[in-house]
Design a protein around this ligand. Structure first.
Ligand code: AHG
Ligand code: MN
Ligand code: MN
Length: 338
């Protein structure tokens, strides 16, 4: 009889990474394990749906003026509570909180800063479409005594880890600690994360794109030109037909792109000149950019690499073009030469 394939758990993977690449010290491993545990709880709540009374909205709005769903608030609480007491963090910041959350004095303080979008794809919660969690890990600046917002405002190239969970038909966790991208699937019976994909690479060539086309009338010229060319298909300048997918959960769109290629776009547009795109730099674009680059793809705001942008505020927005390298480079070129 053939012996069952050896399963590699998240913990074992992280221990091996540290041994091989010296990039996951024990504190960071603990941090990632705690975030993964919180994602397990969120996955459980998501899975209960109406039976867990987790669907629907609260009465409150977050700092971006968006009505909070019950699951936005619950997921935020789960992540805060899980990460408060372990001694691995100095502070946390979240889409759902206007200011950052310092670790309370009663707990030891660590050297990392954690940022998260607790529940990505909120509009899909109540209709049972894939949603997720996105997180980014930075190191607190050397010599920091009391955390300030300024300590978080580091460019994405400083990230020491980033990941996302997708709560879909399967619950998966995709992670980078700067040495490639790996995927873990939640074994629901055992309650453990099992490595199911290693060294994920995004194909450089693709025939798929993702954009909310209902905003087409607001797009600027470079995006218009790029999308028109894709839509002209075989007989147009690109010489091939492209297909479109838009899930409205960035986690799910990025996960598809990681697995079979594609380009994801949320451009800035003419609606509000003061609003450079919809997605948030620190806890949506940066972690996804880190993952995508680690998988051989590219991520820009149309003009420059997302991870090189110097953040000015915790909740700032940014235009996003990410995924298969050749496509991201092409649309970025259209912006740079406009
Ligand atoms: P969130 O639910 O965290 O606010 O993020 C939703 C984001 C992103 O996941 C998705 O790609 C995009 O908003 C969808 O926007 P549209 O509703 O404009 O399509
Ligand atoms: Mn989001
Ligand atoms: Mn969210």
């Amino acid at each position: 009889m053939k012996a069952p394939a050896k399963r590699v758990s998240l913990t074992q993977h992280l221990v091996e990474e540290q041994r091989l690449n010296n990039n996951v010290p024990a504190e960071l491993r603990l941090l990632i394990e705690v975030v993964a545990r919180a994602c397990k709880s969120i996955s459980h709540a998501v899975g209960k749906g109406a039976l867990g009374e987790v669907l629907g909205s609260t009465e409150t709005e977050n700092v971006q003026g968006e009505v909070q769903k019950k699951l936005d608030v619950l997921s935020n609480e789960i992540l805060l509570e899980a990460n408060e007491w372990g001694g691995h963090l100095a502070a946390m910041a979240s889409e759902e909180m206007e200011s950052f959350h310092p670790i309370p004095n009663r707990y030891p303080q660590g050297e990392y800063l954690l940022l998260f979008d607790p529940l990505d794809g909120s509009s899909n919660i109540d209709v049972n479409v894939s949603i997720g969690t996105i997180f980014s890990v930075l190191k607190a600046p050397d010599g920091m005594v009391t955390v300030t917002e300024q300590d978080f405002l580091q460019p994405g190239v400083n990230q020491v880890a980033a990941g996302y969970a997708v709560y879909g038909p399967q619950t998966v966790l995709v992670l980078t600690t700067g040495n490639g991208v790996n995927c873990f699937t939640l074994d629901r019976e055992m309650g453990s994360w099992v490595r199911t994909q290693q060294h994920i690479q995004i194909p450089a060539e693709t025939k798929e794109y993702a954009i909310n086309a209902s905003n087409a009338r607001h797009w600027f010229a470079p995006v218009r030109r790029y999308i028109n060319e894709l839509n002209e298909g075989k007989t147009g300048p690109r010489g091939k037909d492209f297909n479109m997918r838009w899930i409205a959960s960035m986690v799910a769109d990025v996960h598809r792109i990681l697995n079979r290629g594609g380009i994801f776009m949320y451009p800035a547009d003419a609606r509000d000149p003061g609003k450079p795109g919809k997605l948030r730099l620190m806890y949506e674009a940066n972690p996804m950019a880190f993952i995508v680059e680690q998988a051989g793809g590219a991520a820009t705001n149309g003009m420059q690499r997302i991870m090189e942008i110097q953040p000015e505020t915790l909740h700032q927005r940014v235009a996003v073009f990410l995924g298969s390298k050749n496509e991201v480079e092409r649309v970025t070129g259209y912006h740079q030469n406009a």
